[in-house]
Design a protein around this ligand. Structure first.
Ligand SMILES: O=C(O)C(=O)C[C@]1(C(=O)O)C=C[C@@H](O)C=C1
Length: 255
């Protein structure tokens, strides 16, 4: 898949292959996060234990915003598959722009689920993947950095729903145009859903978590990620959020 060649992006098979590759990044980032406790202090807004001057937000927000500002100057958010958490704070790139052809509908950049993704990550995912529920002030910086890696990978995966939706729209423009014009959200959701593909993803994740989640030379060692939690995270959060992105993108597709 190459964003400078739109014909490679509109193939559902290519998009699904990318989604499979992203599973590995997400699993390995979850494994990195599993070395640390929950460290709730990192997520508390305006936390007196972590003073940040005038900044209004959590330590994680502060770190993520500063990283995104630098990454924006390195052209990260010009790529159609990257979505910033702080769209109002990012800067123009220092590097010259790559003129990507228009692949998605112009309204695509307004579909930004990052606040929701961050909320779900902190509330639902961190407790499942952390080493234990507790705090270790020596790890705040490392935790924020691994959280950022996890969040950026989840964001990329979930916002890939836009490409899936575009490919599906192009495969049956008449049907989707009708559903969009009728604002038939249930109808759109029904047509974008492929239960067999979802089932296959969950089966593959079970196998991957079995293999990657434990030291292969010492199967009795502590498991870093369990199939049960990985499947739960995908089934309850990652896939449903991807579908929400698909529906919202399609609702704006004709704007
Ligand atoms: O592969 C697709 O067709 C998608 O829409 C992506 C995805 C997913 O999130 O992995 C979402 C909805 C489908 O039911 C199956 C899988």
């Amino acid at each position: 898949m190459d964003f400078t060649k739109p014909e490679t992006v509109f193939k559902l098979e290519n998009i699904r292959n990318e989604l499979v590759k992203m599973e590995d990044s997400i699993i390995f980032q979850f494994i990195e996060r599993s070395h640390f406790p929950t460290n709730g202090n990192v997520y508390i807004e305006n936390n007196t234990k972590l003073p940040l001057g005038d900044f209004d937000g959590s330590f994680l927000d502060w770190a993520l915003m500063h990283l995104e500002i630098t990454e924006s100057q390195l052209r990260r958010f010009e790529s159609p598959d990257e979505t910033p958490f702080f769209p109002d704070k990012i800067l123009s790139s220092i590097l010259p722009s790559i003129n990507f052809p228009q692949i998605l509908a112009p309204s695509a950049e307004n579909v930004n689920y990052n606040n929701k993704i961050k909320g779900v990550y902190i509330k639902e995912i961190v407790p499942l993947i952390s080493k234990y529920d507790g705090d270790d002030a020596n790890n705040y910086g490392s935790v924020a950095m691994t959280d950022i890696q996890c969040l950026q990978s989840l964001s990329r995966r979930i916002h890939f729903g836009k490409f899936v939706a575009e490919a599906k729209f192009r495969s049956d423009e008449e049907l989707y145009t009708k559903l969009i014009k009728e604002r038939d959200i249930d109808g759109i959701m029904k047509h974008i859903t492929n239960s067999a593909v979802e089932e296959k993803i969950l089966q593959r994740l079970t196998t991957k978590a079995e293999v990657y989640g434990v030291d292969p030379t010492n199967k009795e060692s502590q498991r870093k990620i369990t199939p049960e939690y990985l499947v739960k995270i995908y089934k309850e959060f990652v896939i449903p959020l991807t579908k929400e992105v698909e529906v919202e993108y399609l609702l704006r597709r004709l704007d």
